[in-house]
Design a binder for this molecule. Structure first.
Ligand SMILES: Cc1ncc(COP(=O)(O)O)c(C=O)c1O
Length: 450
């Protein structure tokens, strides 16, 4: 028998029986086949008279949502009809999204499901263990070291690698170790979740200007405890921080005693441009390098890593031990198995090929619509600059009316007067869906001037 929690508001003016019927009908805990308590039982639980529960059940029986079985009880038989809605108080319904071109999701179309299954099976073959592990399994850390060396040119020692549950979690862990009242600089426009993770730790966030090349290093103010940035592919504008700015940033950080958080969220994805040195390889003493599987595999794996200067790494391990925080081993085992079988490298090769082809499709379509793209030398999203926020909103609304969701830069900035444009991702849909969505998007773009 299922006793669903229902909130009744005696002051609302809506009869209690109506509130109860609505509450049962829309309860997320009830499923077809569930038996409800008797009217007497429910009345006693809710502290209402039995007339109320009986009237509510009568209503639901009349609707065919509930069925009474003599001597057994009342059972849910219908999927809940849409709850009555006061249309005057609701905005127009959002058109349904057929294809999502907002950045963020990975490309699952190229994931070799057999390799994925094999890795999970291998992970499951390892017996459970009881050891306390705030660092990450040795096999996982070795896999990360190989990955960093091969794909990111970063030499690291397995002891320097800490497993995380993702980049945002790693950013928060580091921020919690900063002195009280610390100020942390973040790119603006920038990654909202990193900002959210920082704010939740109590630090003050200071917006830092970015241009088409990424962080404008010589405008970063003094007095920051840390700077969070995305040098490989600035999120969301897409710039790749030039070598000179990289060197200037780490030299400035050394002189200031500031920590640099290098979010390398899609650093594995780079097209027809030469690699640039990671901040962590230029200055491992002041840079915390953060990597994730969210973009190249799936955020549901919950696996990331960070490489921090040794004293900070030790403090992170201490803090984890003190607070009972540790990265989950299951996803680490899967990643280690994928890497061990060579499946990870194969997957990355396939992913790069597919995403490069899709990038060309997006660039070509946007150019055909008479617009320019920026920030498309890496990653899985680009920006289509637009004249102003009103135009950005109009194109987004037109695309959405055609079933295609795209982001605008407005969503990624705190500055009212920041740049305007669309942020178009190409990883999430299938290739066929992307082609259809681009027809809708270019239709919307043709309606506005570049
Ligand atoms: C800029 C940026 N950093 C990091 C991530 C991934 O974060 P996490 O590893 O917490 O899923 C994303 C994912 O969308 C991102 O856009």
């Amino acid at each position: 028998m299922t006793e669903p929690p229902v909130l009744l508001d005696r002051r609302s003016g809506v009869p209690l029986a109506v509130q109860l019927a609505d509450g049962l009908r829309s309860s997320p805990v009830l499923r077809v086949g569930d038996r409800l308590p008797s009217t007497r039982q429910l009345a006693s639980t809710l502290g209402v008279s039995r007339t109320v529960t009986a009237a509510a059940y009568d209503q639901l029986l009349a609707e065919g949502w509930l069925e009474g079985r003599r001597g057994v009880g009342s059972f849910v038989v219908g999927t809940p009809p849409a709850a009555p809605v006061d249309r005057r108080s609701r905005p127009d319904p959002t058109p349904s999204v057929a294809v999502d071109l907002r950045p963020g999701a990975p490309c699952l179309e190229v994931l070799d499901r057999a390799a994925w299954r094999r890795a999970w099976r291998a992970a499951g073959d390892e017996p459970p263990d009881v050891g306390w592990d705030p660092i990450g399994t040795p096999a996982f850390r070795t896999a990360v070291v190989e990955h960093l060396l091969r794909h990111r040119g970063l030499p690291a020692d397995p002891d320097d690698v800490l497993g995380t549950s993702g980049t945002s979690a790693g950013v928060a862990e580091v921020a919690r170790l900063l002195p009280p009242g610390s100020r942390v600089g973040v790119e603006d426009p920038g990654y909202g979740r990193a900002v959210g993770a920082l704010l939740a730790t109590g630090v003050t966030v200071v917006p830092l200007r970015v241009d088409h090349d990424g962080l404008v290093v010589d405008e970063v103010p003094a007095g920051l405890a840390a700077v969070y940035c995305t040098p490989a592919h600035q999120f969301p504008l897409g710039g790749r921080l030039p070598a000179a700015r990289r060197v200037a940033l780490v030299e400035w950080a050394r002189a200031e005693g500031t920590l640099v958080l290098e979010d390398d969220y899609d650093g594995e994805l780079r097209y027809d441009v030469a690699p640039l040195p990671l901040l962590a390889s230029l200055a491992p003493d002041v840079v915390v390098h953060l990597g994730t599987t969210s973009k190249v595999l799936s955020p549901t794996l919950g696996v990331g890593w960070l490489v921090a200067p040794r004293p900070l790494r030790d403090r992170l391990v201490e803090a984890r031990t003190a607070t009972g925080t540790r990265p989950a081993r299951a996803g680490q085992r899967v990643l280690a198995a994928l890497a061990g079988h060579g499946d990870l490298s194969r997957h990355l090769r396939r992913l790069r090929r597919e995403l490069a082809a899709r990038r060309d499709l997006v660039r070509g379509a946007v150019a055909d619509a008479g617009h320019r793209t920026v920030g498309d030398a890496a990653g899985a999203h680009l920006v289509v600059p637009l004249a102003d926020r009103a135009t950005e909103e109009r194109v987004r609304a037109d695309a959405l009316a055609g079933g295609v969701a795209v982001d605008g830069l407005a969503r990624h900035t705190t500055a009212a007067g920041g740049p305007a444009g669309l942020v178009v991702g190409w990883a999430a849909p299938t290739r066929a869906e992307l082609v259809d969505a681009l027809a809708v998007l270019t239709g919307a773009l043709r309606g506005v001037r570049p």
